[in-house]
Design a protein around this ligand. Structure first.
Ligand SMILES: Cc1cc2nc3c(=O)[nH]c(=O)nc-3n(C[C@H](O)[C@H](O)[C@H](O)COP(=O)(O)OP(=O)(O)OC[C@H]3O[C@@H](n4cnc5c(N)ncnc54)[C@H](O)[C@@H]3O)c2cc1C
Length: 579
């Protein structure tokens, strides 16, 4: 077996996740746990084998660009189309869609690992299948039965792909600026007019478009109210072309095989998903889903760079020995491994929470729980929904920032050849640079996380993590757990200073997000040790490095508040204003 199926994936699959509870709540009567987990493992092993087979063509044809097609679409290069066909033949498309609509209905954790492995092989391919899965999930959640029946089986068979159309020239991070308009026609369908830019896989058959409702257009302008989520197909039911076309493709620094398109809608027919005016809410679901997908993509790209650098450091000799024997090279590799595993810990914890939440929702929807059980399920669901809402932007932020660092360090390990296209690491770094931007920039993720913390999610998460740490009273983990508890205290001590001044809080949002990430990831790495004691050095290294960092950051936040915004502004003007 290749190493695409990472040891940490196996750990969650086989030891950490309580699949028994998840399956029972989902309605399985006396589930055969061994068989279920065996089936999950089988899926991941197939994905691992396929992904490995995609890696070489992806690196060799990395420069190949997507192309416009004559019928107003766009298509990725041949090697990506071939990889897609292989996934389709294996039935490995849209893993999370439920069986009722033709999907395998697999847990979120498996979907995340699948995306991570595909991204390790080819970040461009991953954007296509990731968006396809995300769009299908949103349709399952918000579409009418008619729309679901018409589209979901075609998504699951791989016949149609999806695109998410939000961005416009004046509406990037601020989606309140959207001007694309939708008007209701007499038959209840919508007519969509406008131009979207930077749309990944913009030649896809199904577009989920965020558009402003015509009847409240002027009143809602500049806000995220009055937006609808509209499904716009490229072809109508009778097979004719809809008025949607790709008008240009972007030239980019990386992910060349992923078509990044300008898409024009000229009175295109569309179908509303969810409620009128509530499109932003529905799109947020898709975006949150996609944010976790991009976090998985970050882990995949980072893991490709780490494995390449590790192998090279063993084989490259300087000063009469492999460079891995140089303490500075060893330290770079160890840092890469620690960061990668910290980000994995955070992301897999989040997926596990999502799987439990979905199972709780299924149990509540069935309505066969006792009153007492239902109350407990609802309380746990509420608590863990708050946790997921905070963890989602943190995962996106951390995994993609870590990916930039790891791919950059991998280039350093390769020395001069790392800067050339003979080694793959420069390609990986070029691919990585978009991850901190799309699906909401790192700054937007940090601000989102801050907002969730302000709404009470920090207290929920801190209480949960504290409870887990308090239970770690074995000789090996206890001193590390106490260290993490102390760091939580530092975070709480910073809250008063931060939240007293919104401007200052926003200025420190990334720093604060990193502090919170550090303690959650540390607790998760310590949890892993219980199942696999051999991971103690990893957990110890993370706790030692990151708790010190957290304490230092807390001091910076607490001691540097006074006049900080004004000082930064003065620094800029002292260097740029004419005196
Ligand atoms: C390759 C690629 C693929 C893409 N795919 C898609 C897609 O499929 N669908 C889609 O709809 N869009 C897509 N996008 C668009 C992408 O999501 C946006 O580029 C991104 O959200 C940032 O918007 P912007 O480029 O307008 O930057 P801006 O919003 O102008 O931001 C510029 C800078 O200001 C910062 N900034 C802005 N507002 C704030 C704030 N409130 N607080 C702190 N900092 C802030 C940003 O973090 C950034 O550093 C894609 C983009 C690219 C390059």
């Amino acid at each position: 077996m290749n190493d695409y199926l990472a040891p940490t994936m196996r750990l969650y699959l086989e030891k950490l996740i309580d699949w028994g509870t998840v399956l029972e709540r989902k309605g399985a009567v006396a589930p055969d746990l061994g068989a279920e987990v065996g089936a999950y493992r089988g899926v991941l092993e197939t994905v691992a084998a396929l992904a490995e087979s995609f890696e070489r063509p992806a690196r060799e044809h990395w420069h190949r660009e997507a192309e416009l097609t004559e019928d107003g679409g766009a298509t990725p290069p041949t090697h990506i189309r071939e990889a897609y066909e292989a996934l389709r033949e294996a039935g490995l498309i849209t893993l999370a869609v439920s069986e009722q609509y033709g999907g395998p209905g697999l847990p979120a954790t498996l979907n995340g690992m699948y995306l991570e492995m595909l991204a390790r092989a080819d970040a461009s391919l991953m954007t296509i299948v990731g968006l396809q899965a995300g769009a299908a999930t949103d349709i399952e959640r918000y579409g009418s039965e008619e729309i679901k029946a018409a589209y979901l089986p075609r998504f699951c068979s791989g016949e149609v792909q999806g695109a998410m159309d939000l961005t416009e020239p004046q509406a990037g991070s601020d989606l309140g600026g959207i001007t694309t308009r939708c008007e209701e026609a007499a038959d209840g369908t919508l007519r969509v007019d406008g131009t979207k830019i930077f749309i990944t896989n913009g030649g896809a058959e199904v577009h989920l478009v965020l558009a402003r409702d015509g009847d409240t257009y002027d009143d809602s302008k500049g806000t995220t109210n009055g937006l609808s989520l509209v499904l716009v197909p490229r072809h109508l039911e009778d097979g004719t072309r809809n008025a949607v076309r790709v008008s240009r493709l972007e030239e980019k620094l990386g992910i060349h095989g992923s078509p990044t398109c300008e898409v024009v809608f000229e009175g295109a027919t569309g179908f509303r998903l969810g409620e009128k005016g509530q499109g932003f809410r529905a799109m947020l679901d898709l975006m949150n889903n996609a944010r976790l997908g991009v976090a998985a993509q970050g882990l995949g790209v980072a893991s490709a760079a780490f494995h390449a650098a590790r192998a090279y450091a063993d084989e490259r000799e300087q000063f009469g020995q492999p460079i891995v024997k140089q303490p500075l090279v060893l330290s770079m590799l160890a840092k890469m491994a620690i960061d990668l595993e910290g980000a994995r810990a955070l992301l897999y914890r989040t997926f596990e929470l999502i799987d439990h939440n979905e199972a709780r929702e299924a149990a509540l929807a069935r309505g066969d729980a006792t009153e007492e059980q239902a109350t407990e399920l609802r309380a746990a669901l509420e608590r863990d929904t708050a946790r997921v809402r905070l963890l989602t932007p943190l995962c996106k932020y951390y995994a993609t920032e870590v990916c930039d660092d790891i791919t950059r360090d991998a280039m350093q390990v390769f020395g001069g050849i790392g800067y050339t296209m003979d080694a793959d690491v420069a390609k990986l770094h070029a691919d990585s640079l978009i991850l901190t931007v799309y699906e909401g920039t790192s700054e937007i993720q940090a601000s989102f996380a801050l907002r969730e913390m302000g709404k009470g999610a920090l207290a929920v998460v801190a209480e949960q993590v504290r409870g887990e740490l308090a239970a770690m009273d074995d000789e090996v983990r206890a001193p590390l757990a106490r260290r993490v508890e102390a760091a939580i205290g530092e975070i709480e001590a910073s809250v008063g200073v931060l939240f007293g001044d919104l401007g200052y809080a926003l200025l420190r949002a990334k720093m604060f997000a990193e502090m919170v990430i550090n303690v959650i990831a540390a607790a998760e790495l310590l949890r892993q040790v219980e199942a696999e004691p051999g991971r103690i050095d990893l957990a110890r290294a993370f706790v030692r490095r990151r708790m010190l960092e957290t304490e230092t950051k807390a001091r910076r936040i607490q001691e540097n508040a006074e006049g900080r915004l004004e000082r930064d502004a003065r620094v800029l003007s002292s260097l740029t204003d004419a005196s």
